[in-house]
Design a protein around this ligand. Structure first.
Ligand code: COA
Length: 532
């Protein structure tokens, strides 16, 4: 056993200040999460209830196994946009009859559950997670379909939603639609493309065109029930496989469908008896300095998230700005790469490359803990081949086939974000702590670069440089980049799968690893050409 010993002084003023800052950020985060939970607001929630309907989250709660966790994904989708926080849909992984499923529930209290560009991105991300991790999908449908004023942004890419359902089915990953209300036009293909369809009597309405549209198109007089009611679909069209008396009955039928899926996970089982970390997860609140320029030891984090705080470090004396090593998390073996001093040099890049190859040789999933300002710049480093070495690491990350998990603890800047398996590198899940920041570079550096470029351009034209305008530009750009680097903004853009309380990291990663093991775990047999 190599149990990590903590060097954190939890009684220090610095620790207290860090914790206070983190708690303030968590309070802000809770306020934003509350907006998503509140749905369309009191008026619409009230109206929905008066109609005798359950809210999206209540439907989910009844669907999943009693007292089992629900790993909600992208709860802050649409943050910072004109759309409601949450994107009018709830997505996440829940356990139904012992099977981990991707659950996608429209929130009918927000604009009738209509899908806007953020809802679409969120739904597509959920489908990607379901496909990569081999999770059955359960759609809880009640939606006004496309948000009509923004149709140009969703109509064409939105077709993917229906394609995803049928490609999932082709991959033998089941799809189930429980239809609680409206599912019109394109929305009709949600049940249309699903393996199993349940419709709630007198509530579900599934048609390509409602009565007004039919009247316009063909002159035919019709009504909702005969065009797309649940009874009609169960008895006449055959689109509904099951007719539910009410919402609870639909959920019961949904659960019984999952029970009969004869589902088997394909990944190896976790070790049955594992120890909790020796170090206290509560301390994670005070470890990240308020100023991200001050480095912190990621072993302090690793020791608080892995089983028994037991971590076997690999190459501890080489490339010390990146910590690499092996551990277990909730009984699952993992390899960890964690930034220590911020900057990645050639040694760290080569160490990471070797470590990623080793994990692939042993089919071991990888966890990336981000706190990096990027790869080192400067003449000495360029001449030493930093581009080649960074590229080796990015090659290894890109072509690695074992599942990757990423957690943005602090900084995640520049190509360092790529090398550490940032969003574009396809980690199975990516979460951020409230302390995280991510951008092409730091705000001050970015503003400074723009200033130097503008100054040189003015000199090239033989014009004097306006120093006052430069100072104003720098201040404005710095402010803009700072705002755009913050986790809520990035979460709003769907660049992560959620912002989490650092103390929940172990639980969240454990749930992710369990979901991931629905599919096989197999390392890469080859990489791209490594430049030497
Ligand atoms: N696009 C944009 N806004 C929509 C919308 C859509 N597809 N569907 C509903 N909304 C809005 C409504 O305008 C209303 O906004 P407001 O409260 O700010 O005035 C709000 O969502 C609630 O709609 P409302 O009709 O009052 O809710 P409801 O629960 O009584 O009915 C529907 C819900 C979905 C049955 C009904 O709104 C509807 O038929 N929408 C259009 C469905 C459609 O034909 N979609 C085409 C998809 S391609």
């Amino acid at each position: 056993m190599s149990v990590i010993r903590s060097g954190v002084d939890t009684g220090s003023a610095e620790f207290a200040a860090n914790r206070e800052a983190m708690e303030a950020k968590l309070a802000e985060l809770a306020a934003e999460h509350a907006k998503a939970i509140a749905g369309g607001g009191e008026k619409y929630v009230e109206r929905h209830r008066k109609r005798g309907k359950l809210l999206a989250r209540e439907r989910i709660e009844l669907l999943i196994d009693e007292d089992s966790p629900f790993l909600e994904l992208s709860p802050l989708a649409a943050w910072g946009t004109d759309y409601h926080v949450g994107g009018s849909v709830v997505t996440g992984i829940g356990v139904v009859e012992g099977v981990e499923c991707m659950i996608v529930a429209n929130d009918p209290t927000v604009k009738g559950g209509a899908s806007n560009p953020s809802s679409l991105k969120k739904g597509l991300r959920a489908a990607e997670i379901a496909a990569e991790n081999r999770l059955p999908t359960i759609n809880l449908v009640e939606s006004g379909g496309a948000d009509l004023p923004t149709q140009k942004e969703i109509f064409i890419p939105g077709g993917r939603t229906f394609r995803n359902l049928t490609t999932s089915s082709a991959a033998r990953i089941p799809t189930i639609a429980l239809v609680f209300g409206n599912s019109t036009a394109g929305g009709a293909y949600l049940p249309g493309m699903s393996d199993y369809v349940v419709m709630v009597k007198e509530r579900a309405k599934v048609f390509l065109g409602g009565p007004p549209l039919v009247k316009m198109a063909t002159g035919e007089e019709s009504d909702d029930e005969s065009l797309g009611g649940a009874e009609m679909h169960a008895r006449t069209s055959g689109l509904a496989d099951y007719l539910a008396h009410d919402e609870q009955d639909a959920i019961r039928i949904g659960r019984s469908i999952v029970k009969r899926l004869n589902w088997h996970k394909q990944g190896p089982s976790p070790k049955p008896d594992y120890a909790e970390p020796v170090l206290d997860a509560q301390d994670l609140l005070g470890i990240v300095p308020t100023d991200l320029k001050i480095p912190f030891d990621p072993r302090e984090v690793i020791g608080r998230i892995v089983d028994g705080s037991d971590f076997d470090e690999f190459k501890p004396l080489y490339g010390t700005s990146l910590v690499t090593g092996w551990a277990n998390l909730h009984g699952y073996p993992i390899g960890i790469l964690a930034n220590a001093q911020g900057v990645l040099f050639s040694e760290e890049s080569q160490k990471a490359t070797q470590f990623i190859q080793l994990a692939n040789q042993t089919d071991t999933p990888l966890l990336f803990l981000h706190n990096t300002t990027g790869y080192m710049v400067g003449k000495e480093y360029e001449q030493g081949g930093i581009i080649k070495h960074g590229a080796m690491m990015i090659n290894a990350v890109s072509n690695s086939k074992v599942p990757h998990l990423s957690v943005l603890m602090g900084a995640s800047y520049g190509a360092g974000h790529y090398g550490m398996c940032g969003r574009a590198y396809g980690p199975r899940f990516l979460f951020a702590w409230p302390s995280a920041k991510s951008a092409v570079m730091g705000p001050a550096q970015l503003a400074g670069v723009l200033s130097i470029v503008a100054r040189q351009a003015a000199a090239g034209r033989g014009q004097p440089y306006d120093e006052d305008a430069d100072a104003a530009m720098r201040a404005m750009v710095e402010q803009q980049i700072e705002a755009e680097s913050l986790p809520m903004f990035l979460s709003g853009m769907l660049y992560d799968d959620g912002i989490i309380d650092p103390r929940d990291t172990r639980t969240v990663l454990g749930l992710c690893l369990s979901a991931i093991h629905n599919g096989p775990i197999r390392g890469a047999e080859g990489f791209g050409v490594f430049r030497m």
